[in-house]
Design a protein around this ligand. Sequence first.
Ligand SMILES: [Zn+2]
Ligand SMILES: [Zn+2]
Length: 363
Amino acid sequence: MKLKAAVSYGDSNFVIEDVFYEDIDPEELLISIKAVGICHTDISSTEGIYPFTYPVILGHEGAGIVDKVGENVKGIEEGDHVILTFAQCNSCEACEQGKPYICESFYRLNTHGVNYKGTKKIKLESGEKVSNFFGQSSFAEYALVHMNNVVKVPKDLPLEYLGPLACGIMTGFGAVLEKIKPKVNESIAVFGCGTVGLSSIIASKLAECKKIIAVDINEEKLLNAKKFGATHTINSSIEDVPKTIKEIEKNGVDYAIESTGIPSVLTQTVDCLKIPGMVVILSATKYGTKIEIDYKSIQTERQIVGTVMGSVNPTQFIPKLISLYRDKKLPLEEMITFFPFEKVNEAVASVESGQSIKAILKF
Ligand SMILES: [Zn+2]
Ligand SMILES: [Zn+2]
């Protein structure tokens, strides 16, 4: 079938053009995409951080309506509302334990440009094959996805707001509520205040952290952080972060979240911790990125731990996020700015400048 997609050729510009999909497999669904969030990982993926080859169709926060269902798919019907999350094999040890975020095939299925069968089912008009992203490539009018990527959502909710629940918001909330699990009145510093960082701030407020310190270089983003629950903000381009944090919290913070992906920022997060303290890193960085940490600074039982997708199982965690949204504890409307699909490049620029927190392309 022929459809329009935003294709990336490995520079910062997305080109909207016709692409062609092969037929649906028995384990797949064809989803008519209604809206798709732009995640920072989509933007950094235009710069070669992953092993897939260009051209690629990015997009991994798709929300849409089921248009066709493969014959082996159970429990989902045509017309159902769904959001698309990361690809998982559903058969390795981690997947069987309900931890698909550490699926042994996670990177192969999500970032190597091929589908679950190891093939590419999308072509340009010239016949050139196009890489797939996160098993969904949802910067397109339709997505051809494996059933493991799909989470059904209630039809009474505004579908166009829900895509980010499957990545950015899930990651930020999961990092706090599932990975850190802070106790009431503990303190946290969040480095980087994009969607993931802001989601961590909202979750920290729900967890009743006493001090929630937002750190960024962008004043616009710091204002948003304050609006969503940060008790303090630090502009790291003009302030000494460890020193300022210790003025706010004498011995340092209990936890830090590193969402910038910048190695020197991670080094700094460790210096802001109480002893022992824990840093959670959750950004998509280029393979081979090295960090510099003073040996002594982590010998005091400090932990630097990673999380993939907030360490959550989407089929269980997304319904929790939906409940929070219904209870008005997750202010999606205040986080989201809509752009028509054709304005994808403007939407990316708006996220980069901090003007939009979460940009969503609408079809
Ligand atoms: Zn993402
Ligand atoms: Zn697996």
